[in-house]
Design a protein. Sequence first.
Length: 256
Amino acid sequence: MPDIIVLIRQHLYNGLIDWQYCESGGYMNNREAQFIAKQTMNFIKKNIMPGMKLAQIRKMCEDKMMALGADSFWYWNVGAFVFSGNETTKSISGKVYKTSDRCIKMNDIVTIDLSPQCNHIWGDYARTIIIEDGHVIDDINCIQNAEWKAGLLMELRLHQELLEYADDKTTFEDLFYHMNTRIISEDFVNLDFLGNLGHSIEKRSEDRIYIEKGNRTRLSDIPYFTFEPHISRPYSLYGYKHENIYYFENGKLKVL
């Protein structure tokens, strides 16, 4: 039976849709699944350090998500995709992903993409983390590497552009063309191996639809979608990713 924790959660999240019972932690909705991913990202930022192998970081993230209530990982059963250095430009399917044997350096760039689920209720959250002099730099304005700083600032601009541009009539295709035009105009490139910029949040991976050419579905016609531009400067060794889940409420786009 659901316990008092479930009732508190339901009150906290205002009864959002898609509550499911999860053996590992009671009822869960997409907001709570996403909160697991956000908590895990905060956790790894506090614990990542030079000398760690990427496989260790992946395991720490996956263990943390399970401890927080996830029962599995929805994208090819990989909970945390972890890339560092010049691997951050890689864009590959989870079907073929293998965590490399790299170690974190004193000055490094690391992208982590998290995909927890509980009873097929998904979270989906990614960030590029900057490490300088052995420490994570949370404030973008304090990043010393000018190229890395510019990449993260561009990610923030794209997400702000989404909030300003998209309304309840905007289609996935509209967003695809608008954002790719903006990326090119700022002298960046879209690194995604399929060329898209995000997808719908579903309960089965094969049901996803994408921010891509030809998709005339309106963003507001689905409960949730991700926006996750994976970008780089042309010919650069480094890539950047910043992923949130978005939804419409009373005709206005919001971050989950």
